[in-house]
Design a binder for this molecule. Structure first.
Ligand code: ADP
Ligand code: MG
Length: 743
């Protein structure tokens, strides 16, 4: 079963050759082949139409119909030349995944031929078909916002994300139109609408602050996002034999083998060839789709891997992360593998996260969180930095809600992922910079003498080996335990789950930071009242106020330690351990208000999201409980019965031969099995009863019971089943074991 030992030969697709056929194509030549880029649009549209389109997008105006018609025609021809038969509005309902409904380009046209009506088939795609479509909204989660009798919903082309084609059956293709999904009354039913709104809010706030600082060039600021995606790969034939993996994405039973990750020999190890073939084919597909995959490597746990792209504008980066997950899923299938995105597929080994690297950039590509060589005098950097700290300090609880799910709950706080306490790590250097500002003293020269500053953003490290090149050291070391760590020139939100869409966490970062930037800009204006622009002293005074006020959110130590739990309590930082508590944060006035006041979400939209989250949480757990029930009563219990029967038969025949069965090892095993089987039956019955109770309760009670009682009962069922697994002969055990799945 081990992925390293090629039990199934990898189905390898050849890397494409260059257009001349003389060599393999460069990645850069493949990149974006299947994307209808701005350049492709420019080549196919008449110049004035293209200019109008760009003006309308840049000026954030609605597209006019003739322009839309021209684009629709151009993209249809482009897509059909590449085999497309269908188009789809591709959108992101609040399910964590994407949705699509395909329509063909086929249209019937009636004409009159010699006085006789004649129907002919043509291919057509109009501007209005490009701009919007109407899926039935009632079958997507809406958190009670829509009733089934008012089911209209619209998908609308998101002009900021390019269209692309993906392979369909029989070598055909499908044209994908990235879209938002809203209700008849314009409420957001998806992840993307709010993300776009939050990006606008952030841009407006940041541009305003930049104006105060004398920057008149920047017209737009956007948030940048780079997602490090972790995942497991397992053999598909074994996966198919595990109902828990198939139905819930995680193992509900199973004993950790004697060797798993203790030796830390998997991290950055050589990628097994079968996995490498899968990764590489996935990268090829992603390059074609314009997803800039950069990094691939083994992760900490056995069979765990990571893939990371070059960062992009946040909404595009979210689209690309979802495309990455879908592509990996499909390609893994072709390699007889199954990709697991669940945050904790295996008990006792590390789970998976999706580190969200976030920053803000001006329209000329200037990173606003770039500290440069002298952050202490880089006021622009310091202002944006303290705005982020302020956002985190005021709305850490809200951010915690954005990463809460039944699956991520197994990871958070399990000493492998950040705990339920949100704090920020800045590193020694920036901590000293902020401390010196707070205390109104000069910066301590704490950099050791051999580490002189020579490079923007870094220092040189002397390796004391003359043949090694000099290397630039980063401004900060790493702190892998921090949920929100400053890593050089961006923040890394580490608590985000591997399975979830990165969208909502980014919405909340954008939104809360925008609010803090606005407040900061106001504070600056107040300090500088009567002057044309704030003086350096004014700026420092505001920064100092913010440094003081947000000090409690900064933590440089070990986030996994008990001391931090106690220290955080003294600081009054929330430590949110369970999902139902986290979800409630959305409804707290201060958190609700930061979203509503900036027009990111209406109160109804926030409440609807709350209900969707709670409902999904309960459903996930009930599905897990029912799956476990099935595995116990249809799998484990009969297997144990069979083993017991064989042991009993053996004892009987030995007795008939005159043995004293009391002293036989079969008897000892049979006794243990019996004791555990009785225990398992009892826990199983308890589980069944609890499922019934929860099914009959109201939403609030369901969530409460699921997070407390249900998880505990499932744990005791598992505990007993795992004990049985350890004494049951392999040939009886009905499911592939961790040993087989992971090695
Ligand atoms: P690591 O976190 O392992 O140090 P990197 O620093 O190379 O890895 O970056 C991790 C991710 O962060 C990558 O996806 C990278 O593109 C992204 N990233 C780098 N700079 C920024 C930025 N300014 N904004 C958002 N993401 C960024
Ligand atoms: Mg990282």
């Amino acid at each position: 079963a081990a992925l390293g030992a090629i039990s199934h030969p990898a189905r390898s697709v050849d890397w494409p050759t260059s257009s001349s056929g003389s060599r393999l194509a460069y990645s850069s030549e493949i990149f974006g082949q299947n994307v209808f880029t701005l350049k492709a649009l420019q080549q196919t549209l008449p110049k004035p139409v293209f200019t109008r389109f760009v003006q309308q997008i840049k000026g954030r105006q609605p597209l006019d119909r003739p322009t839309a018609d021209a684009i629709a025609h151009a993209v249809r021809v482009w897509a059909m030349d590449r085999g497309a038969t269908h188009f789809t509005h591709w959108f992101q309902p609040q399910t964590g995944t994407t949705a699509e409904k395909h329509d063909s380009f086929l249209t019937l046209k009636t004409s009159v031929n010699n006085g006789v009506e004649e129907v002919t088939a043509i291919d057509a795609f109009s501007g209005s078909q490009l701009l919007q479509s109407e899926p039935d909204a009632s079958s997507f989660p809406n958190g009670g916002m829509r009733s089934t009798f008012e089911a209209r919903g619209y998908t609308i082309w998101d002009t900021t994300s390019p269209m692309f084609i993906r392979p369909g059956p029989h070598k055909t293709a499908v044209l994908y139109i990235p879209s938002v999904f809203i209700s008849y009354n314009g409420e957001a039913l998806d992840e993307k609408t709010t993300l776009l709104r939050s990006s606008e809010a952030l841009s407006t706030a940041a541009v305003k602050l930049l104006r105060v600082l004398g920057d008149t060039d920047t017209k737009h600021v956007y948030s940048t996002l780079g997602t490090e995606q972790e995942y497991f790969l397992v053999d598909r034939s074994l996966y198919n034999l595990r109902p828990d993996l198939k139905i819930t994405g995680r193992t509900l039973l199973g004993v950790v083998p004697p060797k798993h990750q203790q030796l830390e020999d998997h991290y950055f190890g050589q990628v097994p060839s079968r996995v490498l073939a899968c990764m590489s084919e996935c990268e090829l597909e992603l390059y074609k789709l314009g997803v800039p995959i950069k990094t691939r490597h083994n992760e900490v746990a056995p069979n765990q891997f990571e893939m990371a792209p070059i960062f992009e504008e946040a909404a595009v980066a979210v689209d690309h992360n979802l495309v990455l997950m879908e592509t990996l899923h499909q390609v893994a299938h072709r390699h007889k593998l199954k990709v697991l995105f669940h945050e904790k597929p295996f008990k006792g080994v590390n789970g998976s996260g999706k580190h969200c690297n976030w920053s803000m950039s001006t329209d000329s590509g200037d990173n606003l969180l770039e500290p440069t060589a002298n952050p202490e005098s880089n006021y622009r950097f310091l202002l944006f930095l303290v705005a982020v700290l302020d956002a985190l300090y005021k709305h850490g609880g809200l951010l915690r809600a954005s990463i809460a799910s039944s699956s991520n709950e197994h990871r958070l706080g399990a000493n492998e992922a950040p705990p339920g306490i949100v704090s920020a790590f800045l590193g020694d250097h920036l901590t000293e910079v902020l401390d010196s500002i707070e205390e109104g003293r000069p910066l301590k020269n704490f950099v050791p003498p051999h580490l002189q500053t020579v490079k923007v953003g870094g220092t040189v490290l002397d390796l004391k080996v003359a043949t090694l090149p000099q290397i630039a050291r980063d401004l900060t070391d790493r702190n892998r335990t921090s949920p929100f760590a400053f890593t050089g020139n961006k923040f890394e939100f580490r608590a985000v789950g591997s399975k979830q869409s990165p969208s909502f966490p980014i919405v909340l970062i954008n939104t809360t930071v925008a609010a803090s930037i606005n407040a900061l800009t106001e504070a600056l204006a107040k300090k500088a009242a009567g002057k044309a622009a704030p003086s350096n002293e004014d700026v420092i005074a505001v920064i100092r106020d913010y440094v003081k006020a947000t000090k409690n959110i900064r933590f440089e130590g070990n986030n996994y330690s008990q001391e931090w739990v106690e220290e955080a309590a003294r600081r009054g930082l929330p430590n949110i351990k369970s999902c139902p508590v986290a979800f409630k944060k959305l409804l707290e006035p201060a958190h609700m208000n930061v979203l509503v006041s900036q027009g990111i979400m209406t109160e109804a939209e926030v409440k609807s999201r709350y209900h969707i989250l709670v409902e999904k949480y309960v459903k996930d757990l009930i599905i897990e409980a029912n799956t476990l029930k099935g595995m116990i009563f249809n799998g484990v219990v009969p297997a144990v019965f069979q083993y017991r029967k064989d042991l009993a038969d053996s004892l009987l025949s030995q007795k008939s031969l005159g043995y004293d069965i009391a002293g036989l090892p079969e008897k000892a095993t049979l006794d243990k099995l019996t004791k555990l089987a009785v225990e398992l039956q009892a826990h199983g019955d308890e589980l069944v009863e609890l499922i019934d109770t929860i099914n009959a309760a109201d939403e609030e009670t369901q969530a409460e019971l699921s997070s407390t009682k249900l998880l505990a009962v499932m744990e005791s069922v598992r505990h007993t089943a795992d004990a049985l697994e350890q004494i049951t002969a392999d040939k009886y055990w009905p499911f592939p074991k961790y040993n087989e799945l992971l090695f």
